[in-house]
Write a protein that binds this ligand. Structure first.
Ligand code: NI
Ligand code: MN
Length: 226
């Protein structure tokens, strides 16, 4: 499995010959100005919730690649009206077997209005279960007890967790989340993009290390084999 970081909460994951892309927010992210949004591969685009910093480049990338967009019902319906052709609607707690593995749309504690004010349904995260690796992209969320359910139900090899605080979990709550999830390999997201979510990287690494969890920051543009 190959993981590429495109900034903020946007990751590309290549698994079973398919390219998954999570929460694309690239063309308007000043930290990701070196990334060419029109070169990013995608067979599936997974959108955790309706906020601009997770959905901004969905239409552009879906139109170029013909990717199927996976999100909650309200968001996929809105995207269809915006001209996105292939969508797969889900809702919280539901799972579907795609050709690369199973996807479960799980609870996130956050909000989800779409950029034009439309109802973006309930925010979520994604649990991806494949024979090689089960992993979790939390979307934007607070720490929640529901994360314990994920830890009980599957053996995660990796979790993408927000750590920027203010709008989502901060460092301390993300450490607690990794314990609830029973996952000792975390790639952080949703930090440094805006003034309100700047964090101290050394503090984050130290606090996760004290909890015996490996926190692996990725450079924007970096690709890593997991
Ligand atoms: Ni958000
Ligand atoms: Mn966000």
């Amino acid at each position: 499995m190959k993981v590429s970081y495109y900034g903020h909460s946007c990751f590309g994951v290549e698994i079973n010959g398919r390219h998954l892309l999570f929460d694309p927010f690239i063309s308007e992210n000043p930290l990701a100005s070196d990334i060419d949004v029109d070169q990013i591969p995608a067979d599936y685009i997974l959108v955790s919730h309706g906020h601009y910093d997770h959905i901004a480049d969905v239409k552009r990338i879906a139109n170029r690649t013909g990717a199927t967009v996976i999100s909650n019902f309200e968001i996929t319906t809105w995207l269809e009206k915006e001209g996105v052709e292939k969508v797969h609607p889900m809702n919280i707690g539901g799972q579907w077997a795609f050709d690369f593995g199973k996807v479960k749309y799980v609870n996130a504690v956050h909000s989800s209005a779409l950029p034009d004010g439309s109802n973006g349904g309930n925010p979520g995260g994604f649990l991806i279960d494949t024979p090689q690796c089960a992993f979790y992209h939390a979307g934007d969320t607070a720490l929640s007890m529901d994360m314990q359910l994920i830890g009980r139900q599957c053996d995660l090899c990796l979790a993408f967790l927000p750590i920027g605080d203010n709008f989502t979990m901060g460092i301390d709550d993300a450490v607690q989340a990794s314990s609830f999830l029973k996952c000792n390999h975390v790639i952080p997201m949703h930090y440094d993009t805006f003034e309100l979510i700047r964090i101290d990287h050394d503090e984050a690494v130290r606090k996760f290390r004290n909890a015996e969890v490996e926190l692996k920051f990725m450079e924007i543009g970096e690709t890593r084999e997991i």
